[in-house]
Design a protein around this ligand. Structure first.
Ligand SMILES: [Zn+2]
Length: 363
């Protein structure tokens, strides 16, 4: 009885905290692919410990990334955990190990009448974004994933990936026809996207495959446009209700630079991801009903920040960025929270628990 009272009180307290923060209407879910705590620490270090956007987080947490069949996850299984709240086997997307369908937070949001979008620096059929709309046993079936993207109910999708639409539909012309038939306005460049109607359901394929490394302010610009579009569409006319939106933004190539053990190139990818986080946090400051969640799907490269001189008792001798693998590692990854409901997510959790908390916030 006593235990029940304590439990009930704890629940009331957490709901109370949530209400004090105000209800969460919009979620901006930002994933640095392969962004471990060492990548974040590296940015603090090279910025001479001036506060970064990570330092401005209103709350933090840690998550465990292992998958159903491997203590070191791939992006498909961890993307599925973050998107659907289910631990699955490496290479599988949007389904449980028994191949049953797992509902993503985007699909839940769509059922609730919210607008949804994804923005990435890689191709839209890549594992992390695909986990948010596709259900397939292998991340490598890119033509089929393209078709699932067209069948999805996403309102805005910005990234690369025309090559896989061509593979699925024969050529560019047929691909464009299929995109139009699915109800998307097709956009092929950032210039075109800038002028695109904010109220149109939009599929922007700004490159054939990856948008590309060192793409500067692309991710920040694409995030900003997606927010304008989702805001317009969630307030929209006709069938669209005023229930807010869920936007997933991926700093996709942080991972590639970890695989390549290239610290300098990873710093550039981190920099553009951080610019996009700033856009999201600024949006949340102006729209206090918005929660920004920044996390990673796993760490890549096993990066360590070590003293260049093994005798670190001496004064500063320089710091080396040392990688321990060309693959992923099993470290926990950080979660940074800003805005409405930030206080509600903390502690050490499974990647699936983070998803469950976010789903609960929009239920
Ligand atoms: Zn990944």
């Amino acid at each position: 009885m006593r235990r029940f009272t304590i439990c009930a009180m704890a629940m009331l307290l957490s709901i109370g905290t949530l209400l004090a923060q105000g209800p969460v209407k919009n979620i901006i879910y930002m994933i640095g692919d392969g962004m471990g705590l060492s990548s974040v620490s590296m940015m603090q270090l090279i910025n001479n410990y001036e506060p970064t956007i990570f330092d401005q987080a209103e709350n933090i947490a840690l998550q465990k990334t292992y998958s159903a069949d491997n203590r070191v996850t791939d992006s498909a299984a961890s993307g599925t955990a973050l998107a659907t709240g289910v631990k699955t086997n490496n290479t599988m997307l949007g389904m449980r190990p028994d191949l049953s369908h797992a509902e993503s937070i985007m699909e839940l949001a769509q059922r609730k009448g919210m607008a949804t979008g994804v923005v990435v620096t890689t191709y839209l059929q890549h594992a992390t974004p695909a986990a948010f709309y596709a259900h397939i046993d292998s991340r490598h079936k890119l033509a089929e994933i393209s078709e699932q993207l067209l069948r999805s109910k996403l309102d805005v999708a910005i990234g690369g990936g025309m090559a896989f639409f061509e593979e699925r539909y024969g050529d560019k012309e047929e691909a464009q026809k299929a995109i139009a038939e699915a109800g998307f306005e097709y956009v092929s460049s950032m210039e075109e996207l800038e002028n695109a109607d904010n109220n149109s359901r939009t599929l922007a394929l700004v490159s054939d495959k990856e948008v590309g490394a060192d793409s500067g302010s692309y991710l920040a610009e694409a995030t900003s446009k997606a927010l304008t579009m989702l805001e317009a569409q969630s307030k929209g006319k006709g069938k669209r209700s005023k229930r807010g939106f869920v936007l997933m933004v991926e700093g996709s190539l942080i991972d590639s630079m970890g695989h390549g053990n290239n610290a300098e190139a990873q710093q550039k990818e981190m920099e553009s991801f951080m610019q996009a986080i700033k856009v999201a946090v600024e949006y949340a400051r102006q729209h206090p009903d918005t929660l920004v969640v920044v996390t990673a799907d796993h760490e890549t490269g096993g990066l360590a920040l070590i003293s260049a001189n093994a005798d670190f008792n001496l004064s500063e001798q320089g710091v080396e960025f040392k990688w321990s693998t060309g693959g992923h590692s099993g470290q926990m990854v950080p979660i940074y929270l800003y805005g409405a409901g930030a206080e509600w997510i903390n502690g050490i959790m499974e990647n699936t628990e983070l998803n469950a908390k976010l789903k609960e916030l929009i239920k």
